[in-house]
Write a protein that binds this ligand. Structure first.
Ligand code: AHM
Ligand code: MG
Length: 336
């Protein structure tokens, strides 16, 4: 049977054609992200080799400063995005303030209507162990009228996202994205340098048998969460208990596995960190948009993640995300 190859760009363009009013700018923006992530992917793959080549500390063999990979990923994305002319503001985990795009990058064109948030290299503490890490992104339309983007443009509810996605640098490089019409996955074929469609319209199973949480923090959780996790571990075959535990400690990797096989990922608030560790704008919101498009659910324990009103670029939020029935059950435990 002849296999039909669909590249990421082909897919994005075909999706865009379904909107007669689309200008093509979002498609170009997504293609720019994919290109920047291909460059990051190369560098992530090389990182293991760099150790083999005897580079230690912060200097390489030429005596040059070696950038930390997360800084490299941030710089690569900012450089690629700034000059693209498809953004008016950029916000990143690696930058305290958002970056308004300068008029000079627009040439003769008017300033773009899009802003982006990204976590350039999520899970970067795992790099040395060769564990999957990734880039997460979230795109909005500006709310201000003209000129470089503003803080107000960057602080919008997750419901306003027009696109979101992530790229995993693992045993292969995978990009998953949504523009609000389903969730689609692509694998980078390094021989041709293209992301090729491997999964259209991904749907997460409604109920799973897997939970993902850093259980080392158990003593700091509230009683309701302890009750829920204890219940998952109880022996009761009629309720599919006990669940299996799977926790990589790299959000994109944990999320991607649960998206494909089903599962609930939790990063709760606790007595030490009431809002947990994960960030609303470039971790929770994009993954919440994806999970809802895949038929799942994302909550901060009290409300839908996408409805949380952001007040700060680097705001943290508890996150419970994954198979719908599991997240609903968790919410019932938390409200007891
Ligand atoms: P990072 O963005 O600095 O890499 O931190 C976020 C990471 C997530 O990828 C992961 O889910 C979480 O931190 C793991 O935290 P912990 O080690 O507390 O379980
Ligand atoms: Mg992160």
């Amino acid at each position: 049977m002849l296999r039909k190859f669909t590249t990421l760009y082909r897919h994005i363009i075909d999706e865009e054609r379904k909107y007669p009013e689309a200008t093509g700018e979002l498609s170009d923006l997504l293609a720019d992200i994919a290109l920047a992530c291909k460059i990051i992917s190369l560098e992530v793959n090389r990182a293991g080799l760099i150790d083999l080549m005897g580079i230690t500390g912060n200097e390489n063999v030429h005596g040059e400063q070696v950038k930390k990979l997360d800084e490299y990923a941030h710089d690569t994305l900012v450089r690629a995005m700034e000059v693209s002319g498809h953004l008016c503001a950029i916000a990143s985990e690696e930058s305290e303030n958002f970056i308004p795009v300068k008029e000079k990058f627009m040439g003769n064109r008017p300033m773009s209507k899009y802003i982006i948030h990204f976590d350039p290299l999520d899970g970067s503490s795992n790099i040395d162990a060769n564990i999957s890490i990734g880039t997460i992104f979230s795109i909005y339309k500006r709310v201000s009228d003209s000129g470089p983007g503003t803080l107000e443009d960057c602080l919008q509810c997750g419901t306003k996202q027009v696109a979101a996605g992530y790229v995993i640098y693992g045993s292969s490089t995978i990009m998953v994205y949504t523009t609000g019409r389903g969730v689609h996955g692509f694998t980078l074929d390094p021989t041709v340098g293209e992301f090729l469609l491997f999964y259209e319209n991904i749907q997460i199973p409604k109920r799973s048998k897997t939970y993902s949480i850093n259980e080392g923090n158990y003593s700091k959780w509230n009683q309701e969460l302890k009750n829920y996790v204890d219940d998952l571990k109880s022996v009761d075959s009629s309720r599919r208990r006990p669940y299996s535990a799977r926790y990589v400690g790299s959000l994109v990797a944990d999320f991607h596995r649960n998206l494909l096989y089903g599962g609930i990922f939790m990063y709760p608030g606790d007595s030490k960190n009431p809002n947990g560790k994960l960030r609303l704008l470039y971790e929770a919101n994009p993954l919440a948009f994806i999970i809802e498009q895949a038929g799942g659910r994302a909550s901060d324990g009290k409300e839908r993640i996408l409805d949380v009103v952001p007040l700060d670029l680097h705001q943290k939020t508890p996150l419970f995300i994954g198979s719908e029935e599991d997240v609903l059950e968790l919410e019932r435990f938390l409200s007891n």
